[in-house]
Design a protein. Sequence first.
Length: 94
Amino acid sequence: MRNLDTIETLETFVVLARLNSVGKTAEQLHISKASVSRRISSLETSIGKLFIRNQNGSELTPLGCLFLEKIQPLLERFHKLSCLLYTSPSPRDA
């Protein structure tokens, strides 16, 4: 899995955990429901069962709760660093 794919997959996980709906997650991320399902399936293949799916949507498993707790701060730091690097002048510009 490429690094950007990994970040997108982790972001999909966080949004699904918040919204508890594959459809709403797909809508917010501007991707298909199938893409959401593929990303989550890929993540669960690597880590373990993160969601329980039922007619009311998706609920986090205990493993999913733990993973969310650990991954959210990392994604926030990644985005802050990305913004910092994006807005900083490059060494070539100096």
